[in-house]
Ligand binder design. Structure first.
Ligand code: GLY
Length: 355
């Protein structure tokens, strides 16, 4: 098993990565949640059918009383009603401040489990057990938790670091192809903004990482290490962490305009493609580097464009939570592995995006 240590300002914790990592859950939970008697497993319908029994058994064997809250899979259920359901379930079961939540699922699940934990009794511990590639490399690490509201994605939430993240890479075997591909949106993002070695590895693998378990584990480890280094420097998104939003400002508008029917990682890839082209036009990125980046996206079956207009992107982005006052922090890439944060107002952003 590989370990990445996250040293965030508010809390330090380990991310354990490896095949069958779930088998360590009971013992690890006893270590990071001393005094706990009860655990709430938060999961969704697709994942619960596959792994809820295994995870429940792990916790019960370690002596915890286990209850679960399973919601209907899908981004449309990332809302306050489901969170209220989790709060009620914990209250009815007599949870106290030493008890804990386990998030078992993809990014929607880990975000909601973290948010329920951050708010119940003003904050109890959460252990994240991500089952999707996207949640392993991004959502479950770094403590961003929350829910969507009709005006936008992740508009309500809290920074609440987990006490442990357990990434069982065997879980990736059951992931549908399109969900795996979606996760590659965040993997390629890390390569573009900060990790040339990861870029080279992905390019060399020529689009085939899914069936090579050791390579996949190494790629997950590299991504978690990247994320941990950013979160260690800037937990609350005031500086370097904003570079993780590469492609996201545009991607979130595409995602919201689709009524959240287009997957997040796919929209991020489209957003990255659009911004890569804009960086070339703005002279911050060589055309040859841009071509290599877009080729990598295509190699991993990700889209690089969308028919959204620059005007629609700017209009949508002005409601984004990344906006501060009149200004947006737009993430540019100067070369593969190096990102830049550039502040732009509405007019500047429109000019940047316009062909
Ligand atoms: N997913 C971006 C971040 O955690 O900051």
């Amino acid at each position: 098993m590989r370990t990445v240590h996250v040293n965030a300002a508010s809390k330090s914790y380990d991310v354990l990565i490896g095949k069958n990592a779930v088998l360590a859950l009971g013992e690890e939970a006893k270590k990071v949640c001393p005094g706990a008697l009860k655990a709430l497993i938060v999961s969704e319908t697709n994942v619960a059918g596959l792994y809820l029994d295994t995870v429940t058994a792990q916790l019960e064997d370690a002596g915890f009383e286990v209850i679960d809250y399973v919601f209907e899979a899908g981004e449309q259920n990332k809302n306050i009603n489901e969170i209220a359901g989790m709060w009620n379930k914990m209250a009815e079961a007599g949870f106290t401040r030493t008890d804990f939540v386990v998030g078992l699922g993809g990014g929607v699940t880990t975000d909601m489990a973290g948010f329920a934990a951050s708010t119940f009794l003003r904050g109890i511990k959460v252990i994240q057990l991500p089952t999707s590639l996207l949640a392993m490399v991004d959502a479950s690490v770094g403590g961003k938790t929350g829910i969507d509201i009709p005006m936008g994605k992740n508009q309500v939430g809290a920074f609440w670091q987990p006490s442990l993240v357990l990434e069982d890479t065997s879980f990736l075997k059951t992931l549908p192809d399109e969900v795996f591909t979606e996760g590659m949106g965040e993997v390629t993002k890390h390569a573009f903004i900060m990790d040339l070695a990861l870029f080279d590895k992905l390019e060399k693998a020529n689009g085939n990482i899914r069936d090579d378990e050791d390579l996949l584990e190494e790629i997950v480890f590299m991504n978690v290490s990247d994320k941990a280094s950013v979160v260690g420097e800037d937990e609350t998104d005031n500086g370097r962490r904003q570079t993780l939003n590469f492609g996201h400002t545009v991607g979130h508008v595409i995602e919201r305009d689709s009524g959240f029917t287009k997957p997040h990682g796919i929209c991020v890839a489209k957003g990255m493609g659009i911004v890569i082209d804009a960086c070339v036009r703005a002279g911050t990125l060589e055309a040859e580097e841009a071509e290599k980046m877009k080729n990598l996206l295509k190699l991993y079956k990700l889209p690089t464009e969308d028919d959204i207009t620059p005007e629609a992107i700017v209009e949508g982005a002005m409601n984004d939570k990344k906006k501060r006052g009149d200004t947006l922090s737009v993430i540019l890439v100067n070369k593969i592995g190096r990102a830049e944060i550039r502040k732009m107002n509405k007019e500047e952003f429109l000019k940047f995006l316009s062909v």
